[in-house]
Structure formats: C-alpha cells, structure tokens
Design a protein. Structure first.
Length: 378
C-alpha cells in the first residue's frame, strides 16, 4: 500500500471513530447530527492531522476527551474548518502541571470571523440578516444613537489611511424589521490579551499594571514586546514571552485584533441554541470562561481519559490504555502563531508551544489526499 493510500485510509478510520462518538453524544443530549456536521468533523480531523504531522505528534498523544470536545464544538456549532473565509481553527498546546511536569498536549478550538457570522445567523435571536465591518484608524465613523423608539444607525466611510483595526460593528436585521447594532472596541480585545498573559504566567500584580495601558500601548512598546516571565523548574530558571507572537508579530497582529473584535461583538448578542449542551460548547470558546476554570491535576486528566485511538490502517477499534502521556521529544518549528523558544538554561523545551491550523480549502468528504490542507492560519 502506498503512503498516500495509507494516510487516506488512516484518516477515514480516525474520522469514522470520532463521528461514532459524536453520534452517541448527539443522541444522549437529543440534538441533530446532520450530514453537513459530519462533513465538518471530517474536515476538522484533516486540519488537526496537518498539525500533528508538522509537530511530529501522533493521535494517541492526546486524550480522547479533548479531541472529542473540539470536534463537538466544530460539529454542533455548525462551523466548517474548510470554509473560505475561515470559520474556525485549532491550536495544539503543550501543557504542564504546577511543578512543570509535562501533561498530555491539548487541542484548543477557536472561532474565526466568518464563524461568528454563521453562529449569529443561525442562532441569533430573531435574526434575519447580518452585515458587519471593521473600522480602521483614520476612517470616518459616527456611532449610532437612540431617540425614544427611533434608532439612528452608525455611519461609516473607509478612508484607507491605515490598516490599524479600532472597532467592529455588526448590523443585525431582526424579524420585526428593527436593526440591532453591536459594537466592540480595543478595550474588549485587551481583555483577551490579558487573558493570554495570564495563561503565559503573568501574576495579578503584573495584570493590574498592564490593565492601566491601552491595547496598542501594550503591543507597540518594546518594554512589553520584549518582556519575559521568569519561571523555575528543577532549580533552574527559564523564560517565556508575556504575549503570544500572534498578538505581537507585525505579520499577524492586525488579523488577530480583527478576529478578537468580531468575537467580542457577536458574543454580546442574545442567542437561542435550544439546547444547553450546545450553549455550553459555545461558551467554552470565551477566554475569560476558560481562565475561570480551576486547573486540572495530572491525576484528574488521566482519570478522565477514556482511551486512545489506533491510527494504523484498517483498524477501527478504540483501545483504553493506562499511560496517556505524550511523547515529549518534540521541538516544533514556529509557524506564524507559534511561540518562540524560551530563553532558558534547560536542554529540553519547557514552554507551551502552539500550532494554529488554518482550515483546508476543500469541503468534500472522503476524496483522499488530493485535498490535503496546504496553508496555515494566524
């Protein structure tokens, strides 16, 4: 069997195994699992697999519950990883316990700008149509207002003086003919940036200092761009960046800010998911919700694992193993949103490393290697 045939067969087996698990989940919570959602799962597996190949991971490095969680978000929020423009993305992150001992890596799910529009259109309360735009520095813009029952809509004119995002505006047409306006600004994005700093190890004192500054003061000042958080492991010190490069790199900064602006603007509008399980899957995408959750101990992580997938060609069974720790002899070469290697005195990398996968272009199930993902997201 050729390598391409082997990879195609492995991908089909892996996809089918996860589809079966999601089918059981949908039946248990009484929600529909459509053919389109199954296609989103297949495309999600392909997109994640791209990161596994780049990082030299295997599927059995991850807890099955973690993979199921992100594919549940993909499927039941009806987001297609292969759509253009992008609707969602995945991040692979190395994780460690409080003593910096390695835990199984995790896959994280993120909603892209177009995905927010999909969710708003499908689940927004009484929504008929949606129009949105980003306001850039130097553009002509006036905010809307209310005069009794009358609504004055915002006005906007793109002046093309810069590509520096400042605000996201959503115009939401409702069934009764009214137009609801939702905004987000740089203060909203700063919340996400501070959440990222906390995730990287910033303490409360540092977060209070950062909170006194504006978003662009944080992202355009050398002090904070070069700031490293000192950590210790085994009596030796090492350093990690305060902010992920996806925020600080000139290549990805504007796109990242736009993405966060859209996330915050759309999450404010009321939604009817008609199922608590789907609502919870959506709320898991909020940074502040994630940080409010108590850290999971290594024992809890392993106890919660329900086996690992065999990814060899032709196998379609799920095995349960006692040792679910990853193979940690991996050094991932940064790609766009990857973090830089920390300045450290240890030989092995001890930081969280991220790989962010841009969805593949194809949207057809089961058409083999000719549609392998070929580009990356910020």
């Amino acid at each position: 069997m050729s390598d391409n045939s082997l990879k195609s067969s492995t991908m089909l087996v892996t996809s089918n195994q996860y589809i079966e698990k999601l089918k059981k989940f949908s039946e248990s919570v009484q929600i529909e699992f459509t053919d389109y959602q199954k296609m989103c799962v297949v495309n999600g597996v392909r997109a994640i697999n791209k990161a596994l190949m780049v990082g030299n991971y295997t599927w059995d490095a991850f807890l099955v519950d973690n993979v199921v969680d992100v594919l549940q978000q993909t499927a039941f929020l009806n987001l297609n990883p292969s759509a253009v423009p992008h609707e969602c993305c995945y991040t692979i992150r190395k994780t460690y316990d409080s003593n910096h001992k390695p835990l199984p890596p995790t896959i994280e799910f993120g909603i892209e700008g177009a995905g927010n529009d999909v969710i708003l259109q499908k689940y927004g309360r009484d929504v008929v149509d949606v129009k949105s735009y980003i306001v850039y520095d130097g553009d002509e813009f006036t905010v809307g207002s209310f005069d009794g029952w009358n609504v004055v809509l915002p006005t906007y004119r793109r002046m093309f003086k810069s590509n520096k995002p400042m605000k996201a505006v959503y115009l939401i047409k409702k069934k009764n003919g009214e137009i609801d306006v939702q905004y987000s600004d740089l203060d909203d994005v700063k919340k996400s940036l501070l959440a990222n700093a906390k995730q990287n190890g910033a303490d409360e004192k540092l977060l209070r200092e950062l909170n006194k500054l504006s978003l662009y003061e944080l992202l355009e000042t050398d002090k904070w761009l070069d700031y490293k958080i000192e950590k210790e492991y085994g009596g030796k010190k090492y350093f990690t960046p305060l902010f992920n490069p996806s925020y600080t790199s000139p290549i990805s900064m504007a796109n990242m800010i736009e993405r966060k602006l859209k996330n915050h603007a759309t999450r404010k509008y009321p939604k009817d998911f008609n199922n608590k399980a789907v609502s919870e899957l959506y709320e898991k995408t909020f940074e502040d919700k994630q940080l409010a959750i108590e850290p999971v101990t290594p024992e809890q992580r392993i106890e919660g694992a329900n086996g690992e997938f065999e990814t060899e060609s032709g196998k379609d069974t799920i095995e349960k193993k006692d040792d679910v720790r990853p193979k940690l002899n991996v050094v991932v070469e940064p790609v766009q949103e990857t973090q830089k290697e920390p300045e450290q005195v240890l030989e092995e990398p001890l930081k969280d490393e991220t790989i962010v996968i841009e969805p593949e272009k194809e949207t057809t199930v089961g058409d083999g290697d000719k549609n392998d993902p070929d580009h990356w997201d910020d």
